[in-house]
Write a protein that binds this ligand. Structure first.
Ligand code: SF4
Length: 504
């Protein structure tokens, strides 16, 4: 006959737990705990409390910051989930010293860190510097577009939003008219009546909210001086387009040092990449100054970003800041012979004619196309990105019935071929200087390193830390959340690559 060990679920078991023993050296939680206790100046929070004589004791900001950073490192962005983890997860219990702050306390703490977040970020950066994690020679800048706590449905130009409000008010009127009709007919369907009443209340509330917003806000004007989309729920956010589609959210920027992929500055903006290099470099300079370096920290350092940042202002900033910048323009790949096959693939297997397929006849100042037709002078001089071009156009009648049209004309509905030949550049032209730099072998080699430096940082934050959606509203609060993620990333680097907080 079988004999098994007895078990009894009703028995009482007392397990001795040392909270400190749960924080094992070499783990991220240990590093967060040690850094907050010993290396971060948490007195920055003291001014927020005036409860020394009256009022009850507040949760220590050290405890709150520890559980928030631990939560973010484990993909818990919701304060309710962090609150639950403090009751159920032994590591969170150890981090919070068995205290159980309410989700509203955690959320209010994160939202209120406006003045404290930057000094805290710099404290961690200083530890990175002391741990010799910063190379200080090569930097890459990029951004990732994150959805925010704002509805795309409530985005639009002022006129569109007003139209939406009018539509809601119209619907309210219709529902009220139906209600009056139902009352007249003595309808006794109480469920329908109550549903309609609820719907009217909800719609009326929405309409009032939009009306209030329209009175307080003013239209947002874009780079080209035209009105761009505003948003009723979070007007600091922007409608951003990326390869993953269009979102309502923020552009989270990170400037990364190449040695160990430490973020030297992180900031969230409600706009696209162009024009963000200058504010990022300025803030990163302040961070490095706080870490004990001079104002010229970035001078002569290699600096790369992608073509989204390429514009006049960016190149001017790089020149003024004396950065050894490598920023390609949008046509960089089309000039690169290594991407010749790519061009073919992307154009749907059509290897289009390029400038070298058009032959110049200098005597007549004209070009001859692959079909033997003549392209005559069309535009004497035009300047684009500081480069001077001369334009030549084919005859419409020649192109109309041409068999080589598919390989020649870019747009389907184009009537004739026009080519622009570069004939020089504006003196002292930053565009031309950058083009020459990026087209050189060294330029291509340096630029190719960019992707391996900055993209894994976003992969870590978005995939491992599961940060795919910002939960707060307004640039200030969103920025706090993004900088906390940057801090968690840097602490991770301290654990993995540092000498004193890692696997010792
Ligand atoms: S489309 Fe016009 S320019 Fe192009 S090959 Fe034909 S005739 Fe020449």
């Amino acid at each position: 006959m079988a004999k098994y060990k007895r078990y009894d679920y009703s028995q009482k078991v007392f397990i001795p737990v040392s909270l400190e023993d749960q924080l094992m050296p070499g783990t991220l939680e240990f590093a967060i705990h040690t850094l907050i206790e010993t290396r971060m100046d948490m007195s920055v929070f003291d001014g927020n409390f005036k409860n020394d004589e009256t009022g009850r004791s507040a949760y220590d900001p050290k405890v709150l910051l520890k559980i928030v950073l631990l939560g973010y490192s484990r993909g818990l962005i919701s304060s309710r989930k962090i609150e639950r983890a403090c009751c159920e997860n032994v590591t969170f219990m150890a981090m919070s010293c068995n205290q159980r702050p309410d989700h509203s306390t955690i959320a209010a703490f994160v939202s209120s860190m406006k003045g404290e977040i930057l000094p805290l970020f710099r404290d961690i950066l200083l530890v990175c510097e002391e741990e010799n994690l910063l190379g200080g020679t090569f930097f890459a800048l990029d951004g990732c577009k994150l959805s925010s706590n704002a509805s795309k449905q409530w985005s639009g130009k002022f006129a569109d939003i007003k139209k939406k409000k009018d539509k809601i008010e119209k619907k309210v009127k219709r529902l009220l008219a139906e209600q009056i009709e139902a009352d007249k007919n003595d309808s006794d369907d109480l469920t329908e009546l109550s549903n309609r009443e609820k719907q009217v209340k909800k719609l009326q509330k929405q309409a009032n909210r939009i009306e209030k917003w329209l009175k307080e806000a003013s239209p947002k004007i874009g780079k080209k001086g035209r009105e761009i989309n505003s948003n009723v729920t979070d007007n600091d956010s922007a409608t951003l387009t990326s390869i993953h589609g269009t979102i309502q959210g923020y552009n989270a920027q990170a400037l990364v040092d190449s040695k160990n992929q430490v973020i030297v500055h992180g900031e969230a903006f409600g706009r696209d990449d162009s024009g963000l290099l200058a504010p990022m470099v300025k803030s990163a300079k302040s961070n490095m100054e706080a870490a004990g370096y001079g104002k010229d920290y970035f001078e002569g350092k290699t600096f790369t970003t992608d073509s989204n940042y390429h514009n006049k202002e960016t190149l001017k900033t790089c020149d003024q800041e004396k950065l050894d910048a490598y920023i390609p323009d949008k046509r960089f790949r089309s000039r690169d012979p290594n991407f010749k096959d790519n061009r073919k693939r992307r154009a749907g297997l059509v290897d289009r004619f390029r400038l070298e397929h058009f032959h110049c006849n200098e005597d007549n100042d004209e070009y001859r196309c692959p079909n033997g037709k003549v392209l005559t002078l069309h535009v004497k001089k035009t300047v684009y990105d500081g480069i001077v071009y001369r334009g030549y156009a084919a005859n419409k009648a020649d192109c109309k019935g041409c068999e080589l049209k598919v390989k020649c004309l870019r747009r389907k509905n184009a009537k004739r071929k026009t080519i622009f030949i570069p004939i020089g550049h504006v003196p002292g032209n930053l565009f031309k200087a950058m083009q020459d730099k990026i087209d050189s072998d060294q330029g291509r080699r340096i630029y190719s390193r960019r992707i391996a430096i900055v993209e894994p940082v976003f992969a870590n934050i978005r995939t491992h830390k599961e940060m795919n959606r910002l939960t707060l509203r307004g640039k200030i609060k969103v920025n706090i959340q993004w900088m906390l993620y940057c801090m968690v990333h840097n602490i991770g680097k301290i654990v993995r690559c540092g000498l004193n907080y890692g696997f010792t």
